[in-house]
Design a protein around this ligand. Sequence first.
Ligand SMILES: [Zn+2]
Length: 447
Amino acid sequence: MLNFEIKERIPNALGRAGIIKTTHGDIETPAFIPVGTKATVKALTPEQVREYVGAQAFLANTYHLYLQPGMDIMRASGGLRKFMNWPGPTFTDSGGFQAFSLGNVSGKRKSKFGVVDETISNGGQANTYSSWTRPLVPPLRRDSGLLLGLGLLTSASEMSKRSKYSPAQEENDITNSMAKIDDAGVTFKSVIDGSTHHFSPEKSIDIQVAIGADIIFVLDECAPPDADREYQMRALERTAMWAEHSLEYWKKTKRADPNNYQSLFGIIQGGRYEDLRKLSAETIGKMDFDGFGIGGTFDKGDVSKAVNVVCQELPEGKPRHLLGIGELEDMIMAIENGIDTFDCVAPTRIARNGSAYISGGKRINILNAPFRNDFAPVDEKCSCYTCMNYSRAYIAHLFRAKEMLGATLLSIHNLHFVVDFVAKARRAIVEGDFSHFKDDFLKSLHS
Ligand SMILES: [Zn+2]
């Protein structure tokens, strides 16, 4: 089992400070986990990520490593940590999100709607995403046993109403669609060469075993952010089924090695629908996972309630990871409502565009004219390597001269800023002062 200790709680809230103990080191939580998509946090050496950023762990991406360098190389390398000289804990996602969202970009025209492609389905059960936009509603399975069992689909008339979906609504050429989902998994095209691949729940685990991260996630169906309720229900049902298969497979085959224990996290879905998120958390939360990831897209300002509803249903003694949240305000709200770890590409992505966080949570863009002769650090109050040694003017010069060191220096600053921000939130929880920390931050952010 993964060892997770709760050290202190936020009074009258679900938030907590704790320690996740992995085979390769501890993670003090709450913690921000930088993203190293292709076994590298972009523009930084692993040593910089550890020493200058202060990151305790990072999250790599299964989809990208599967396609490049591929599983043979990953196995031969001895795993992610050896391959990239990172001594600490690591996470990998399941690869599902990218398979769904990137599976359609191999040079063909994107169509506006997802369509139901009966020809590749098992009994008409496939969903097809042709772009990350609103899908049409696919026909529900006749044997939607799980949802029926959960009381979600109670009436036969409701079922038959749903099954009246007509393919005549389809207006797109289905050959444009590159990511296809059925009960067996997701079939998608490589972003690198357009070749076709398939992820099943079991295969996602096999790939993540080859990569060898300490914390790995089950394959889930990531419905497009604006998918409607019926689509979300189907995605939720499939996600629950895949979770069961993953857990079974994991227990049978991979779980026994105490020297290289990989923790399997289930994933909660449900899109924007509160009751579906709650249902997903109830269902997945009962399964014997080491921890849980919360996926999906949230409306602005919706994070605290969405996370609260889910965390109320999850077992208290297991860690919870929020996938892909990068706004500081959202992080504070998520921490208060019971999230232990986050990952997001935002700090490094915006850094490469010249954007930097400053104290109070606002941002500056280093390419703005006044910074050309501004010899102050990026942020006066920041103690990072970049701010201790370099000026805004120097970094502005590097960006204007298209020198890659500019992206490196700003990535160090932004990642340090976010990692440190979450570490301060942790300290505030431990010292019983979280509500002040939160109020002060929100005041300065909105001033
Ligand atoms: Zn700094």
